[in-house]
Ligand binder design. Structure first.
Ligand code: ADP
Ligand code: MG
Length: 517
């Protein structure tokens, strides 16, 4: 066992819980982040789960099972956080996506334990663009996996922290007063995230953030899969995508070819199905043409984030590339052209996020010990938060925005509602997240019903609802009845969220650990 890591055993780990790959890091005794190696000896653990009759296999072995038991393999569960159930039944059972994420986290926890000994605290990262529901689901997944989740932080922020650390911003003597504006472009397997950060001395401020939770390397794979499948159909009249195992093999083949195309200008794609086989050659040029629209989407979102930060390309000092898919030469070229400077690949695109999370975890532990933190993080919210109100003129429900997007966190906001009838005993507040004026187009965060209002309130009694958005993007709601001197803290009734009992029961099922640690 590594002595330096053993010394850090009381520390927490930082976890990059990725859509396709996850990475765990911790700090050594000098406070430097180190990536931990999993039981298979790798730094990256595929976020893939195989339900093999009666037991659960996570990682590399699960990826292999796609070729033979695709129906029992769950991939990309992160993309479905916030839904009630994962789209696919596994071993005859339906799982909430956060429970699937918990199986992954549990493996990461057990593997990390082999290296650093017993520990329970962690920081988990999420895409900056994740809404409140998905953040809550991620925190729940950590709990179900037997962790004590210290905090969740945004992936691009974590990457910027790792970058800052590597470039000496965080050492007492290395602190730079020169503010730097960094664009973090993170193209992973399933999500795209872009954030404009400012590093000012030891302070990390997110200025604006944007992204697409439905865009990532898998979409590039998909284009190749479709390309081969169409060729197959043209030749043999059958579609290899129709059978899960053949489709699984084809996906793996295409993902592999895509990686080859990052290093070489040509790759071959082979597919066999029902006794027929094709072998195709594809050039990088052709691949870039068939995926240009995907790249354009990232460019568009990037431009929007810069605008939202009130900046222009010329104000950006560094373009930081994160995420495995940023290795595609087309990405680097596009950003070079747009920004007019060479994108920065100095931090490892796979490890930066986990390293930043480990640094953040170290800061929290230090703060808990009463020490002054070496750096500070200031985040913004990625979606506007609103309540559903009835528009007076049209009598139609609309989203009244209470906290606009890209507001620095933490933030408190308040809004006054009025009772409609005399003697009204309850009032319902519906909370939504999103930019649209129409509540139907927003994501439903939850409802909060304030019961037990004092009796005999006249109509039009003001009821003040206070929202507090924490630094980590989580929300709490408080309600105050004016004049009644009554303040009520309200648990938000969330859509599609597991109850505390369900969480405890999943925790003991997945991690074998009791509810309280
Ligand atoms: P996530 O954070 O979403 O789990 P990662 O940042 O680990 O994702 O990136 C995984 C994605 O990166 C996958 O889609 C993978 O195919 C892609 N990828 C990894 N290496 C390369 C490469 N050399 N060229 C192109 N794509 C790559
Ligand atoms: Mg990632």
């Amino acid at each position: 066992m590594n002595e330096q890591l053993r010394a850090g055993a009381k520390q927490a780990v930082g976890i990059d819980l990725g859509t396709t790959f996850s990475v765990v890091a911790c700090l050594d005794d000098l406070g430097r982040p180190r990536t931990l190696i999993n039981a298979e000896g790798d730094k990256l653990t595929p976020s893939t789960i195989f339900f093999e009759s009666g037991h659960v296999v996570v990682g590399k072995e699960a990826v292999k099972a796609i070729a033979t038991d695709a129906a029992s393999v769950a991939e990309c569960s992160k993309r479905e956080l916030g839904q009630r159930f994962f789209h696919q039944t596994l071993g005859g059972r339906q799982y909430p996506p956060e429970a699937l994420e918990a199986f992954i986290l549990n493996k990461l926890r057990l593997d990390a334990r082999k290296q650093i000994g017993d520990f329970e605290h962690c920081v988990i990262t999420v895409p900056a663009y994740f809404d409140e529901t998905r953040r809550k689901a991620t925190q729940d997944a950590g709990f179900m996996a037997g962790f004590e989740v210290l905090d969740i932080i945004n992936e691009p922020t974590a990457a910027a922290v790792a970058f800052g650390f590597q470039h000496g911003f965080l050492r007492p003597d290395g602190t730079s007063d020169l503010p730097r504006k960094i664009l973090v472009y993170d193209l992973g397997g399933g999500t795209f995230d872009v954030t404009v950060m400012e590093i000012r001395g030891n302070q990390f401020n997110a200025l604006a953030t944007d992204g697409d939770v439905m865009l990532g390397g898998r979409d590039w794979d998909q284009r190749l899969v479709d390309f081969v499948a169409e060729e197959f159909i043209r030749k043999f009249g059958v579609d290899p995508r129709e059978e899960p195992n053949a489709s699984g093999r084809l996906w793996r083949e295409c993902e592999d070819a895509k990686r080859t195309l990052s290093a070489r200008t040509k790759a071959t794609l082979a597919c066999d199905y029902r006794g027929n086989a094709v072998r195709l050659e594809i050039t990088r040029q052709r691949f870039q043409e068939m995926t240009q629209d995907l790249l354009d989407r990232t460019a568009f979102t990037t431009r929007q984030a810069i605008q939202a930060a009130g900046l222009e390309w010329k104000d950006i000092d560094r373009v930081l590339l994160i995420g495995g898919s940023s290795r595609m030469p087309a990405v680097v070229e596009m950003l070079r052209k747009l920004s007019g400077r060479e994108p920065d690949c100095s931090v490892s695109p796979d490890e930066a996020v986990a390293h930043g999370a480990a640094l953040h975890a170290g800061i929290i532990l230090a703060r808990n010990r009463g020490e002054t933190p070496k750096f500070k993080i200031r985040n913004v919210n990625s979606h506007s938060l609103g309540v559903v109100a009835t528009e007076a003129q049209t009598n139609r429900p609309r989203n009244a925005i209470v906290i606009p997007r890209n507001t620095p966190l933490p933030v408190n906001a308040r809004r006054v509602f009025r009772t409609q009838k005399p003697g009204q005993r309850s009032i319902r507040v519906q909370i939504v997240e999103g930019e649209s004026m129409s509540p139907d187009d927003c994501s439903q965060l939850g409802k909060c019903t304030v019961r037990d209002l004092p009796p005999n309130l006249p109509a039009q009694t003001p009821i003040e609802v206070q929202f507090r958005y924490e630094e980590n993007g989580r929300l709490t709601v408080k309600v105050e009845v004016s004049g009644a001197g009554k303040q009520l803290e309200h648990e938000l009734m969330r859509e599609n969220s597991l109850t505390p009992e369900q969480l405890r029961s999943w925790r003991s099922y997945i991690s074998g650990l009791p509810a309280s640690t």
